[in-house]
Design a protein around this ligand. Sequence first.
Ligand code: 3H9
Length: 680
Amino acid sequence: MAAINNVVDLSRDGDIAVVTVNSPPVNALSADVRDGLAGAFAAIAGDTGVKAAVLVCAGRTFIAGADISEFGKPPRGAALPAVQDAMESSPVPVIAAIHGTALGGGLEVALCAHYRVSDAKAKFGLPEVKLGLLPGAGGTQRLPRIVGAKKATEMVTSGAQMNAEDALASGLVDEVVDGDLTAGAIAFARRVVAEKRPLKKVRDDASKLGGTAKSLAPFFAEFRKANAKAFKGFDAPEANIKCIEAAVALPFDEGLKVERAEFMKLMTGLQSAAQRHVFFAERAAAKIDGLPADVQPLPVKKVGVIGAGTMGGGISMNFLSVGIPVTIVEMKQEALDRGVSIIRKNYENSAKKGRFSMDEVEARMGRLTPTLNMDDLADCDLIIEAVFENMAIKKDIFGKLDKIAKPGAILASNTSYLDVDEIASATSRPEYVLGMHYFSPANVMRLLEVVRGAKTDPQVLATAMAVGKQTGKIAVVAGVCHGFIGNRMLARRQQQANALLLEGAAPADIDRVLTDFGFPMGPFQMSDLAGLDIGWNAETSKGETVRDRLCEAGLRGQKNGKGFYVYDENRNRTPNPEALAIIDAYAAEKGINRRTIDDQEILERCLFPMVNEGARILAEGKAQRASDIDIVWINGYGWPVYRGGPMFWAEKDVGRERIIEVLEKMGEEVSPVLKNGWKA
Ligand code: 3H9
């Protein structure tokens, strides 16, 4: 085998050339890979002994895309279009042999081969939209020429992957190979040569597009309408659709020009920078600073959950769904039965939507052991407490657990605010105690804050992170402080939202400003959804806050149809005049001078103090890195992913200077970390 460079080899099997890319972890199209491919196909074109070429990848996958880490940096190495052109115009047939995931630029390279074969497990997709981009190497023009414009539109706007079976049916691959992929691809190449099959260029065949610009116009219009809600705020989906429209309406090279122009717009824009930041931030979050390299997670084969309420039930589902048995404990039979029946109902609803079979519902429920007896947790490897936010109750439970749980079992609290070290102090094994803070609904929301106590053992921490990953969560390490990362920052937003209310902004205005920004819900819509009376006590309420007064007037939020808004039977909301009157009266009583507050002030006052709090969290080491804070807000609180999270937004969009200026005007103490900046 001859090395073209450090990542691409060229070898021969008789008269078939084999080009192998070996660039771990995912064979991304780095400058070296592009250079290697350019070199290999130039060598093949100049070698009259070669009758066909196979392109294959070593390791876990075919090329998984452009190298995202190169984006935004000065260009280096061979240009991708030149590499693709060398393949497409190769004098001998080129066969791409695909395993793993042929994604983005990887699939776009494969689409420049004359034929494609894959193994049975291969997947194909153009996920650029998830990075705020579109396939910029001909993907929007070539894919619809194989799978049709309609399917291609779905694929490029969702990033969804196609499996090998569908790829074969649609002609995206010409053969699915049993056994060794390279050998199968070489055999296929020999047949192509023997049968003198043509050098098929995807670009030249428009017969499968599935219609003309005119005949497909209603499809595109309908597609935009049907997805308007999902695409709201994002630039990339519309740009992707435009490119598929161009593929249908224009000759190939013209369509390619539209693709290039749209790609460059997205690539140089802030949304894609934000989404690329999130891609790497998500992966960085899994890394724990200062952990010895050889730390291995402990096995978690059985989980205990204390509390069968909304949180306990949702938490249990995460484990049941991935095959881990759960013992769930409640104090009263009725509460236990209710909790179990809700879990069942949730699974049955998913089955009705076709996500899995009724047999699967039974399999999952079969892993659940409901009990009233905490002693039944004795054989659990991980026990998660999900009861009221009350320190005395939690300490009592942890004290009991300490006696019941087997040695080496991890004891976790789902507390959202409380001091995990104090909870741990109720046990004789604080090194086995940590926080696992789930977000509601816990079976749906991807965020998990793993709260590292002062004495938490590294292996215990690593186990909680691994368990998070295993159950499909994005786990982020947080330190012990009131509200950890997410709720601590949320409190600052709520504080300002409440103040703005008294100073003259209407709840609906504050909600609108934040939903226009991209949050799925504003703070007062959230309060109404959660229930205004959460943590409120009728007996002790003295009308001291607006909330007290709203609750005293019987406003509870969505649950009784009236809160900051009134709700009709379809949950459509309109501002509630009763709430507005209560707020007015309260402000008047407190002598607050009410005024008109513009949208910019609402936005800045709600979000800038959050950023300041984020900076304090960093200064105190309660978050490992700024990007972890972004991940918390995107996955736990609906911060729009195209704005990259609060810390990215602060630095790259607004600019720290503006934030500092406003905070100072507000009389806030500005964190030195916000003044001096943080490490990316
Ligand atoms: C594109 O192609 C643009 C084109 O249209 C043309 C432009 C002209 N680049 O996810 P994992 C790293 S846009 C650089 O944990 P898995 C990743 O950061 C691209 N690095 O593994 C991680 O590093 P670390 C379109 C990349 O097995 C390591 O690889 N393609 C890239 O769970 C392992 O990743 C995509 O968007 C990359 N393209 O999943 C595909 N991909 O270990 C993006 C990964 O240091 N990638 N890394 O943290 C994926 O979806 C998943 O990584 C994949 C593997 C499914 C491939």
